[in-house]
Design a protein around this ligand. Structure first.
Ligand SMILES: Nc1ncnc2c1ncn2[C@@H]1O[C@H](COP(=O)(O)OP(=O)(O)OP(=O)(O)O)[C@@H](O)[C@H]1O
Ligand SMILES: [Mg+2]
Length: 499
């Protein structure tokens, strides 16, 4: 039994408060060598805070960390790395302007006999790591230009390079699609077998039940319990996280969609998309499903004016339409909600209500002045329906938990009057309950006449919310699913893999 082994790492009665909130309340847990230990809980439960404390990035108010029999009251990031703790955070710590190899070796660059950075060795060793784990990146790729999923791989490689004994993974699969998730799991399994202890945070309970041996549940900063994965079910865990029973997602009633409002003809984007033709109707949710190189995201982004279109046409409300950037498409009633919210979607130092009103300031201004009370009042319905949890009504967006930041981004979309929404992974990092709530909101918006184009790496989500799904494979639409309710996630996955 795992529970009888000596602990590799133990967290002893850790408490941490931030102004206005007790983020962790005397939390203890152990991590064994060769174990995947999952840490779960609703958005804002304190998971990332705990990970940051173990990795020395945050100091606890009370409590200690024991590793290999040695106890530490205070850790710094440097010390934590030295004693074998590596962390991959929710918000990535990579330097966008540097290459994959430079990021992996940052601060530990090998030197030639003349004291210069030995780029050849750096590149060769990075290549070796990439091949050991069967990744698809190259040492000289610039990290900032990589898609989120591959940046995630670089972050993990960096952790592995440090030869850690304890690996802390904060939502590593949130941005990944089917095959990438399977790949990540194989990687984690390899590491576990080599005796690493892995603390694993995710909102995907099915995933957790398949890879974790033990599961600790946090709720409002308190530990609810640690369970053997074999002893619990998804329903039990969800109930423990929420503190009450949550109804499973019901089928929604849907009005029939209206007329076509957007149409593409043979849309092509350099090297990414070949001749994609489809229509979007009024009051319809059109799902896009595909792997990283499928071109799905590029289709959405070209409609948002972020990618130049090589050939083919777009008709919007019956007229020829050439998207010329996000501001322009917004003017035309099209709203784009990016996946990478911290880089593209949110102004992190702003109070979060400001991020919600940003795209529609007219609603909260009078004679050109923003009225703060009106702003807080105006966003209240969204804050409440999306359950946005923040320490104060003026809290900076930066200090909200990851899932709550995602909700702010969606509230921003709801706040505008846009007729067409282009959504990239709208529930990434969002907890189970809020995910259902968001699905509900999307269907309601659809029933009130909005048209939604959604790409999601979460196949179950696509099948739940979409009226139709277009499957893309290597830049081309290959299938159209007319009735998603009749398709299983397994079937959809095999279609996205070209089957
Ligand atoms: N620097 C900070 N200043 C103030 N409050 C903070 C800070 N960092 C986190 N918090 C608050 O602490 C609480 C716990 O946040 P944490 O990020 O640990 O949640 P989480 O469980 O990781 O949630 P999620 O699933 O959304 O990522 C939240 O209420 C958050 O707003
Ligand atoms: Mg978090």
């Amino acid at each position: 039994m795992v529970s009888e082994q000596a602990a590799l790492l133990s967290v002893n009665e850790i408490s941490k408060s931030f102004p206005g909130i007790l983020a962790l309340d005397s939390v203890s847990l152990t991590l064994h060598a060769g174990e995947v230990h999952a840490l779960i809980g609703a958005n804002g439960a304190g998971k990332s805070t705990l990970v940051k404390i173990i990795a020395g990035a945050l100091q606890p108010d009370r409590g200690s960390i024991t590793i290999n029999g040695k106890t530490f009251q205070v850790l710094t990031p440097l010390l934590a790395r030295k004693i074998g703790i590596a962390a991959v955070y929710q918000e990535q710590q990579l330097v966008p302007d540097l290459t994959v190899a430079e990021n992996i070796f940052l601060g530990k660059e090998p030197r030639t006999t003349f004291g210069r950075v030995d780029y050849r060795r750096m590149s060769a060793e990075t290549m070796e790591l990439i091949q050991t784990y069967g990744l698809s990146i190259q040492p000289d790729y610039v990290v900032g230009k990589l898609p989120l999923a591959q940046r995630q791989e670089v972050a993990i490689l960096k952790a592995l390079k440090e030869e850690a004994k304890v690996l802390l993974l904060d939502e590593p699969t949130a941005a990944l699609t089917g095959p990438q998730i399977a790949f990540m799991f194989r990687l984690i399994e390899q590491l576990r077998k080599r005796g690493m202890g892995i603390l694993y945070i995710s909102h995907h309970i099915d995933e957790i039940l398949s890879i974790a041996q033990r599961i600790t549940v946090l709720r409002n900063g308190k530990k609810i319990g640690t369970f053997l994965a074999q002893d619990v079910t998804k329903e039990v865990l969800i109930e423990k996280m929420a503190g009450r029973r949550i109804e499973s997602e019901s089928r929604f009633s849907r009005k029939p969609p209206g007329d076509v409002i957007l149409e593409t003809q043979h849309l092509s984007i350099n090297g990414k998309v070949e001749k994609a033709s489809f229509v979007l109707k009024e009051g319809e949710i059109l799902g896009f499903s595909g792997a990283a190189d499928s071109g799905c995201k590029e289709v959405l982004r070209s409609l948002a004016g972020l990618y130049p279109i090589r050939s083919g046409g777009i008709k919007l409300f019956g007229k020829t339409f050439r998207p010329r950037g996000v501001a322009d498409t917004m003017q035309q009633g099209i709203l784009f909600v990016p996946e990478d919210m911290r880089r593209e979607g949110l102004v992190l130092p702003f109070p979060f209500p400001k991020n919600i009103t940003l795209a529609k300031l007219q609603k909260v201004t009078s004679r050109g002045f923003i009225l703060p009370h009106r702003e807080i009042q105006a966003v209240y319905p969204y804050v409440s329906s999306l359950r946005i949890v923040a320490p104060s009504p003026w809290a900076e967006t930066r200090i909200l938990s990851g899932g709550n930041q995602r909700k702010v981004l969606l509230a921003k979309a709801l706040f505008t009057d846009a007729k067409i929404w282009l959504l990239e992974d709208p529930t990434q990092g969002v907890d189970v309950e809020t995910r259902q709530e968001i699905h509900h909101l999307l269907i309601e918006a659809r029933n009130s006449g909005k048209s939604i184009l959604i790409f999601s790496s979460d196949l179950e989500e696509l099948l739940t919310v979409s009226d139709r799904i277009i499957v893309m494979y290597k830049g081309r639409p290959t299938r159209e699913i007319e009735n998603p309710a009749t398709v299983t996630t397994q079937e959809l996955l095999s279609m996205t893999l070209g089957g």
